[in-house]
Each structure stands twice: as structure tokens, then as C-alpha cells.
Design a protein around this ligand. Structure first.
Ligand code: SAH
Ligand code: SF4
Ligand code: F3S
Length: 520
């Protein structure tokens, strides 16, 4: 599309008649122009300001995804490579894109020199995540020069930011394709446009789209699987870019989720992780029913699959019903990742987390009472604008009080477009770095202590494959999500086995296999 067409596209006014006819068309027959009409001026370039809007319009669920005939087979004899950055949501989106590309005839490769299409599925959560991607784009320039027919695409959360799209348009014109998180199902058409068009193809929707249910997936592995239960986030924590890059909260229908988990169980998967940015808000957007995460977990509890996890929880919406359901145990595992971000109620307030230190601690008490064996882990940000030494110490004391057995810890990174990015900040970077080190020392100490307790114990481990460091050793996780390395026949991969722990390290356990028979 040229500049003139692009302008015209942005000028198309909303017309209910057009909207209707677009909605009536099957998904695969819709064109870029149809979507441009439907999304008004949100068709390229993206805008974080539009992304912030939360409309009341219904979210439609589509079951009619298919690859148009003229695009099927377009990838015959060709290969694709997707590099994934960021969270599990992105990992899973990559599986969907891999599924779509496979249906177009492409085969997967891990060698970039063999690839005919390379996609970077990006993360925008912190500046260093973005720097990595720009570094990679820079590296790929040489490859693109060698292989001019290579299609180089950028997708994921960074594509939703106008500053990123503008930077690519200006400085990295060798990129062929940019698309965002809301239009992954348009990949066939976008790849076709990128192959046959002369200009860079940019299609990013600022506003979230509908839910598309029947997208193909090429899952990584056949033991553990990701299952989306909801998309987007409405929490708008003041530091966070996710509500802008992922749109408003949209829950998948329980019947679709349950069917997917049942299918995975039937295919022999041993573990599912239910995914959402704020899974505790699951179901809040349903208008025709009251059905929350507790209800969903209760249904999934009944499915014959050995292990069910979920991530990520927001303390604010973690309700009693969920605790009651999780306390039943069974396939619902004893591990809760409950990001706290800070131990200071003042900082939490400025972060707009909508709970206090005390409320968080009360919730932890409730969980502990109902699930005495549960492992708790968390996420923490240090060096939020103007964080004082005292406030930081409140974080340290909370970490100790809760006894987290692990934490992802981060230095605050300003994200353009978020309220916190506009705050004056009087905390120098070296102080932030020093706080991170102090925090990590406490977290590592607690993690090591928690691991020590396992020495001599017998645990059940889902054998996931070779250990990362030594191909002769197998590795897997316990119920409480502890990594265990041990020697065992490869035939145990995919089984749940009993292992006696012989040695504890900070982040993993070494053990000896006790029996090869599967433990139920
Ligand atoms: N939805 C999840 C978090 C997703 S992002 C939740 O609310 O728990 C994962 C983690 O990245 C967050 O928990 C937070 O600790 C961190 N994070 C998010 N924005 C950040 C920023 N601007 N700077 C540093 N860390 C950030
Ligand atoms: Fe970001 Fe907060 Fe939403 Fe988590 S809950 S994704 S931290 S806005
Ligand atoms: Fe990153 Fe987007 Fe996930 S910003 S953390 S990839 S939702």
C-alpha cells in the first residue's frame, strides 16, 4: 500500500452498514480494507492512546478461521524461523504462528541461513527487552543483504508501539512486515502481501480484535502445553505497557477452554498451564453468566490430566472461591505465583496495584491456611520513581515475612505512554542496581533454604526431557515447581516418577530415580 492509499485508509469514516457487511463475511475473506473500515483510523500506524480506550462493544468469538485457497501451499519447500522474546503469552502466540505457517506449507528450522521467513515475536515490558530486539534486527540486516528474498517480520508487543514502528520505518527499511498482537490470524494474508508487494507491510490494530478460536497450533513438545484462558489486561498498573499492547480483558468461553484441555489430555499431554496477564479477572467480562477462575479450575480439576498450573495471578482479584477450589489439590498444583511488586503500601498506591501490604499479607495467610504446602513465588520491581530506602526495606521485610521461594526481580524501566514514565524520579541508577542486588541476595538465600528442606525427601517429578546442561541427565519439575535433575532411562520422558533428592542447590535439586513405573 502506498502513502496515498494509507492516508485514504485512515480517512475512512465509520459506517454502520460497512461494519455489518464486514462482520457478515467469513474471517478468511476479509481484506485489509475491511479491517481498516471496521477499526476506523486504528489501522496503521498504531497508537498507544487509542489502545488505552476501553469500549463496551461485544467481543465476538470466531470459529471460522481458514487459510484462503490461493495462499495454501505458498510456503511449500520453504522454511520459517520464529524468535520469541518475553512471557508465556508470547511463547504460545509463537506456537499459533508456527501452526499457521505450517498449514501454509512452511517447515520449521532453527538455522537462520535456511529460513525463508524469520519472525521476531517481541516483548515491550522493559527497555532492555526492546534493545535486544533492535540488536537482532541489526544483525539480520546482513542476512537480508545476502538473501534479498528472505521475509523479515516483526510482531508481538513492540509492534503495538508507534515509536517502535516509526523507528523501523525510518531506520530499518529492510524489514518486510510488521504486525501486532491482535491480528495474528491475518498472518497468511500478510505474508502473501509481503512476498508479492514491494513495500513494507504494516498492519497493527491498536484496538483489540475478536477472539479467534480455531487457529492451528504447532506446540513445542508433547508433555506440557499452554492454554490461553483470557487475553488482555484492564488493570493499568502505572508502570506497565501490557494493557496497551494486549488490549482489553477478553475471556475465552469456558466450554472452549475445557474442550481444549480435554483434547490435550486425550493426546497424552501431562501438564497444562492456563495463561492470562491477570487470570484472576477471568470471566469478569461475561455478560450472560457468572463464571470466574474458581469455577473454571473446578471444571478442569475433573479432567483426567495429571497437572494443571496457571499464571499470572493478580492479588486484587484472588477470591475465596478460587482458594477453596485450589485447596482440593489433585491435579491443581501447589504453586502460586502471586506478583507483589513492592512491600510498601505507599509505592503500591502509586503503582495503582489496588491493594496494600496488609491486604497482600492477609491473602497470603488465607492461601497458607487452605493450602499449607503451597510454594509462593512473586515478581518485584525495585527503584520505582522516588522509592525511598525505607520503602525498599519494606519490600525486603515483606519478602522475608512471606518466605517467597523464588522471585523475578526487576529494576523499574520507564515505558513511554504509561503514567509512571511522566513521573520525576530522584533515585539514581546505581542506587537502583544496589537495591536489586540486596533484594536478590535475600531471594536467593530463601530459595536455597527452601531447597535444603528437600534433601532426603521423595518427590514426584514429571520427566520433561534432557537437562539443559548435560544430555545424559534428565530433568523435570515437582508439584511445587522445583526443578529436579536425575539419571533415568529416556523411556521415562513424559512419565511422572518418584525421585529421592540427594543434593539441593539454589535453583535446582539433584536426585536418584526410585521407580520407573508411572505414579498416578
Ligand atoms: N500480569 C502480570 C505481569 C506481567 S509483566 C502481573 O500483573 O502480575 C511481568 C512482570 O514484569 C511484572 O510483574 C513486573 O514485575 C515486571 N514489570 C512490568 N512492567 C515493568 C516495568 N515498566 N519496569 C520493570 N518491570 C516491569
Ligand atoms: Fe501489567 Fe498490572 Fe496488567 Fe500485570 S496486572 S499486566 S503488571 S497492568
Ligand atoms: Fe512482554 Fe508482551 Fe508478555 S510486553 S511480558 S510479551 S505481554
Amino acid at each position: 500500500m502506498n502513502e496515498q492509499q494509507r492516508k485514504e485508509m485512515n480517512q475512512i469514516k465509520d459506517n454502520p452498514a460497512d461494519k455489518k457487511s464486514v462482520e457478515d463475511k467469513p474471517l478468511s475473506e476479509k481484506t485489509s480494507e475491511d479491517f481498516a473500515k471496521y477499526f476506523e483510523s486504528t489501522y496503521q500506524p498504531p497508537s498507544l492512546k487509542s489502545a488505552k480506550k476501553r469500549g463496551k462493544e461485544d467481543v465476538n468469538v470466531h470459529y471460522d478461521f481458514e487459510i484462503p485457497e490461493d495462499i495454501q501451499g505458498i510456503g511449500e519447500g520453504k522454511k520459517f524461523l520464529i524468535r520469541t522474546y518475553g512471557c508465556q503469552m508470547n511463547e504460545h502466540d509463537t506456537e499459533v504462528m508456527a501452526g499457521i505457517l505450517s498449514e501454509m506449507g512452511y517447515e520449521s528450522t532453527t538455522d537462520q541461513h535456511e529460513a525463508d521467513i524469520i519472525l521476531l515475536n517481541t516483548c515491550a515490558i522493559r527497555e532492555n527487552a526492546e534493545n535486544k530486539v533492535f540488536g537482532e534486527i541489526g544483525h539480520l540486516k546482513a542476512l537480508k543483504r545476502e538473501k534479498p528474498d528472505l521475509i523479515l517480520g516483526v510482531c508481538g508487543c513492540m509492534s503495538q508501539e508507534e515509536s517502535v514502528v516509526n523507528r523501523i520505518l525510518q531506520k530499518h527499511q529492510f524489514v518486510d512486515l510488521i504486525f501486532g498482537t491482535h491480528n495474528i490470524h491475518r498472518l497468511p494474508q500478510l505474508v502473501q502481501e509481503a512476498i508479492f508487494g514491494k513495500e513494507m507491510v504494516v498492519e497493527v490494530w491498536s484496538k483489540e480484535g475478536d477472539i479467534v478460536e480455531n487457529l492451528p497450533r504447532q506446540r513445542k513438545g508433547n508433555i506440557k502445553a499452554w492454554v490461553n484462558i483470557m487475553y488482555g489486561c484492564d488493570k493499568f498498573c502505572t508502570y506497565c505497557i501490557v494493557p496497551y499492547t494486549r488490549g482489553k480483558e477478553r475471556s475465552r468461553l469456558p466450554e472452549d477452554i475445557i474442550q481444549e484441555v480435554r483434547q490435550l489430555a486425550a493426546q497424552g499431554y501431562k501438564e497444562v498451564t492456563l495463561l492470562g496477564q491477570n487470570v484472576n479477572a477471568y470471566g469478569k467480562d461475561f455478560e450472560d453468566r457468572t463464571f470466574g477462575l474458581g469455577d473454571l479450575m473446578n471444571e478442569i480439576h475433573k479432567i483426567d490430566i495429571p497437572r494443571v498450573r496457571f499464571t499470572t495471578s493478580h492479588p486484587r482479584d484472588f477470591d475465596d472461591r478460587l482458594i477453596e477450589v485450589l485447596a482440593q489439590g489433585g491435579n491443581l498444583l501447589d504453586h502460586i505465583h502471586l506478583p507483589v511488586q513492592s512491600g510498601s503500601s505507599e509505592v503500591l498506591k502509586i503503582m495503582a496495584r489496588k491493594y496494600t501490604r496488609e491486604r497482600y499479607l492477609e491473602l497470603v495467610d488465607k492461601i497458607r491456611e487452605a493450602m499449607p504446602n503451597a510454594t509462593l513465588t512473586t515478581d518485584i520491581i525495585v527503584g520505582f520513581p522516588n522509592e525511598t530506602e525505607e520503602q525498599f526495606q519494606e519490600t525486603l521485610s515483606l519478602v522475608e515475612e512471606v518466605g517467597f521461594e523464588g522471585a523475578y526481580t526487576f529494576i523499574y524501566s520507564p515505558r513511554e505512554g504509561t503514567p509512571a514514565a511522566k513521573m520525576q524520579d530522584n533515585v539514581p541508577m546505581d542506587v537502583k542496581k544496589e537495591r536489586l542486588q540486596r533484594l536478590n541476595a535475600v531471594v536467593n538465600h530463601q530459595a536455597a533454604q527452601a531447597m535444603k528442606k528437600y534433601e532426603g525427601e521423595i518427590v514426584e517429578v514429571l520427566v520433561e526431557g534432557e537437562s539443559k546442561k548435560n544430555a545424559d541427565v534428565l530433568a523435570g519439575h515437582t508439584h511445587r515447581n522445583k526443578l529436579v535433575n536425575f539419571r533415568a532411562p529416556r523411556s521415562t520422558i513424559g512419565e511422572i516418577v518418584k525421585v529421592k533428592i540427594t543434593n539441593a542447590k539454589t535453583w535446582s535439586l539433584d536426585g536418584e530415580l526410585l521407580e520407573t513405573a508411572e505414579v498416578k
